[in-house]
Ligand binder design. Structure first.
Ligand SMILES: *Cc1c(COP(=O)(O)O)cnc(C)c1O
Length: 393
């Protein structure tokens, strides 16, 4: 299928499947495989050079794997994509594709906690140094690039605090010095943002979140240019990363409804954000689509939508008041992995995860995932929670 010229909603419905190849069946099959049988010695011997191009060994991929990768590549406007077992595996493999001992990485200060952890433990032990930078630095990143800098790592918007980065400015500064750029695109997913179109070398997605979309599988994917694929694909093979076919199938199935789910998550989150902004208990709402938010103009320029995840800064209250609010929620669950159909709420501590910048917003920070429940019911749950908070002050 010639997929590149189609819009996202069309790609979501069609990319990565071809009924004519599979008896007219709409969805790709779920291939459980380890052993692949070769009919001749010649074909057995030829397979070594084609392990990422054809079906040669279960770990290197089956038609189910290739269908998912093809779909994500089309959505990201990427040359190719690589499926991996989790979003964190996508982060670690992408970084390992670019660094060796003695190298230097620049990482945004607001990145997903385990990405920071990988840099400060694993990469450090490997002899790779990481400097954390202010996510809002823009073109100023040029001053931090050293001769041994290999990667500028971005996440936009950032975890917990949601600042939107000036991706084209950072990419331009990195390219001028021959430095690669990676970006964690989990929040918007390829439904609302395609970083490769802005010159980013590889887009990292925790498909666990909005692509799977139903809180029932772990899955990661890296969307690559031809060049970044050549660096990252062998690393994924060397690490032995392999994704089970049922999880890939859940990823493929999630893609088909991702646009309608995400448009609804977007509406729900905006409605909750606007309701919360008016509450006296709330100091600030952290949402890229609010004009007051850091990087809002970049979000408006580069993204086609916003997702269901945002932050809230409460007015200063004792911890027991926040606990009283959160312990009694009826619909909002307290859990980490978001992107499913259900609403979530969580106390967060961005101040513990920063070294280049400080986070002192003047009150406790929460993270909310707006699910697909009835909006009035969600607001009633938050209203009751804020009443518990007020009562426990
Ligand atoms: C959840 C998350 C990840 C990790 O994804 P897993 O599939 O849980 O490993 C990576 N980046 C961001 C921004 C995330 O929110």
């Amino acid at each position: 299928m010639k997929t590149r010229s189609k819009k996202q909603a069309t790609l979501l419905a069609h990319a990565g499947r071809d009924p004519a190849r599979q008896h007219g069946i709409v969805n790709p099959g779920v291939w459980h495989a380890s052993t692949i049988i070769f009919p001749t010695v010649a074909e057995l011997e030829a397979s070594a050079g084609k392990r990422f191009e054809s079906i040669t060994y279960g770990r290197h991929g089956t038609p189910t794997t290739f269908a998912f990768e093809e779909a994500v590549a089309a959505l990201e406007g990427a040359a190719r994509a690589i499926a991996v077992p989790s979003g964190l595996a996508a982060i670690t493999a992408a970084l390992l594709g670019y660094v060796r001992t003695g190298d230097h990485v620049l990482m945004a200060d607001h990145v997903y906690g385990p990405a920071r952890g990988f840099a400060t433990s694993f990469l450090k032990r490997m002899g790779v140094e990481t400097t954390f930078y202010d996510p809002m630095i823009g073109a100023g990143i040029a001053d931090f690039i050293r001769d041994n800098t290999r990667v500028v790592y971005m996440e936009s918007p950032g975890s917990l605090t949601f600042e939107v980065q000036d991706v084209p400015a950072i990419v331009a500064a990195a390219k001028a010095r021959g430095v690669a750029t990676l970006l964690d695109n989990t929040w918007a997913s390829p439904v609302f943002f395609q970083p490769l179109k802005l010159g980013v070398d590889a887009s990292i997605i925790a498909a666990t979140k909005y692509i799977v979309g139903h809180s029932d599988a772990m899955l990661g994917v890296i969307a690559c240019t031809e060049e970044s694929w050549k660096r990252i694909r062998p690393v994924v093979a060397e690490l032995g990363f392999s994704v089970g076919p049922d999880d890939l199938y859940l990823g493929l199935r999630g893609l088909r409804t991702a646009m309608v789910r995400m448009r609804h998550h977007e509406r729900q989150a905006l409605a909750l954000a606007q309701w919360l902004e008016k509450r006296p208990e709330v100091r600030r709402v952290l949402h890229p689509a609010l004009p007051s938010h850091p990087g809002h103009a970049f979000w408006k320029r580069d993204f086609t939508g916003s997702s269901g995840l945002f932050g809230v800064v409460l007015e200063e209250v004792p911890k027991r008041a926040v606990d009283a609010m959160l312990d009694g929620m009826e619909l909002f669950g307290m859990g980490y992995s978001w992107g499913g159909f259900e609403s979530l709420i969580l106390p967060t501590h961005p101040e513990k995860l920063r070294t280049a910048t400080t986070w002192a917003p003047g009150g406790p920070t929460l993270r909310i995932h707006a699910g697909l429940e009835d909006l009035d019911d969600l607001i009633a749950d938050l209203e009751a929670g804020l009443a518990r908070l007020d009562a426990a002050r």
